[in-house]
Design a protein around this ligand. Structure first.
Ligand code: ATP
Length: 319
């Protein structure tokens, strides 16, 4: 049997770095929005215990993965985590079509892991606790719990605590349209965090305002509160990044911001047509995509619908 999952990448509408922790990680608070840029993750069962993984790029360069040892591929780490959870040594063949640029702060690797977990959840009939699944995801990659939820989330801690932004009675709000731009170089998340210096954070209402803007589908309110606490550090390490934000603003974006630890930046737009106009204003040789944010439950098509009540509680131990 095989199953195919379309696993989305993400952008961060806000990203606050609250401080460095004794374990070397940083405490984060982020309103994270999955976007309509999907990795196709196909997982096929095997009779033996071998695990294989083949990755091809569609519009993105995957050369950086060529020398990656199999066990360091995030999709394979996800398989190992699922094997532990399900108490099995069964293997599988994974085929990934990557559309999210590598090292862009758009969580392509975490999307591959979340996709593999969702596929194996179905193939192996995982019957354990959702909390265990989310904790296993967190051990694979910081953005995996958020992407397993498959909708807008508030992400805290290292990423292991996720809460749904939409409340059970909220009507699905209109999506945000945006232009994502990959400047052509990867940024090392580790280097960015090592270079980050504590500074005043964004202010207590940044996160609350961002959550309200998503609930209301109010892109202008979202622009007023969009914030990335890593932007200065990334601009210092890669001054060109700021030029791409400027190009988006000059092209008419309501606001332009770094996603995660970069290198991708995104410009928020009024509508799809507006986003396409912004995209047309960019240099033709630069990777860019017009995408929208996604409603809750995007993983539901794969039989993977995390109970709403689950994502409203915090998972894992507060740090
Ligand atoms: P993060 O912020 O989690 O580092 P990112 O969005 O900036 O992620 P990714 O493309 O998810 O960037 O991951 C980049 C790093 O992870 C690369 O160093 C790459 O070698 C490693 N990696 C392992 N598996 C994958 C994968 N399936 N896709 C992309 N990168 C992977």
């Amino acid at each position: 049997m095989k199953t195919v999952v379309q696993a989305p990448g993400k952008i961060n509408l806000t990203l606050e770095v609250l401080g460095r922790r004794p374990d070397g990680y940083h405490d984060l608070r982020s309103v994270l929005l999955p976007v309509s840029l999907f990795e196709t993750v196909e997982v096929e069962e095997r009779a033996d215990d071998a695990v294989t993984c083949r990755t091809v790029g569609e519009g993105v360069d995957v050369a950086a993965l060529a020398d990656l040892p199999l066990e360091r591929h995030l999709a394979v780490k996800a398989v190992r985590a699922m094997q532990r959870l399900c108490g099995t040594t069964r293997g599988c063949d994974i085929r990934i079509v990557k559309r999210v640029p590598i090292g862009a702060g758009m969580a392509g690797g975490s999307a591959d892991a979340a996709g593999a977990m969702a596929a194996l959840h179905r193939l192996w009939g995982f019957a354990g606790r959702w909390e265990a699944l989310v904790e296993a995801g967190a051990s694979v990659g910081s953005d995996v719990p958020a992407l397993l939820h498959g909708g807008a989330v508030l992400m805290e801690g290292r990423g292991e605590r996720v809460s749904a932004v939409l409340r059970p009675d909220d009507k699905p709000p209109p999506p945000f349209w945006l232009v994502a731009v990959f400047p052509g170089y990867s940024v090392s998340t580790r280097q960015v965090f090592e270079s980050w210096t504590p500074r005043l954070t964004a202010g207590a209402d940044v996160c609350d305002n961002a959550i309200s803007s998503v609930r209301n589908g109010d892109v202008r309110a979202a622009c007023l509160t969009a914030y990335n606490g890593l932007q200065d550090t990334v601009n210092r390490l890669h001054p060109e990044t700021e030029r791409f934000c400027l190009a988006l603003r000059e092209g008419g974006a309501l606001s332009a911001l770094l996603s995660g630890s970069g290198s991708a930046v995104f410009g928020l737009a009024e509508s799809r047509a507006h986003a396409l106009r912004i995209q047309r204003s960019l240099p033709k040789n630069v990777w860019s995509k017009v995408v929208s944010t996604l409603p809750d439950g995007v993983m539901a098509a794969h039989g993977f619908l995390m109970p709403r009540v689950m994502v409203q509680i915090h998972v894992g131990q507060p740090s």
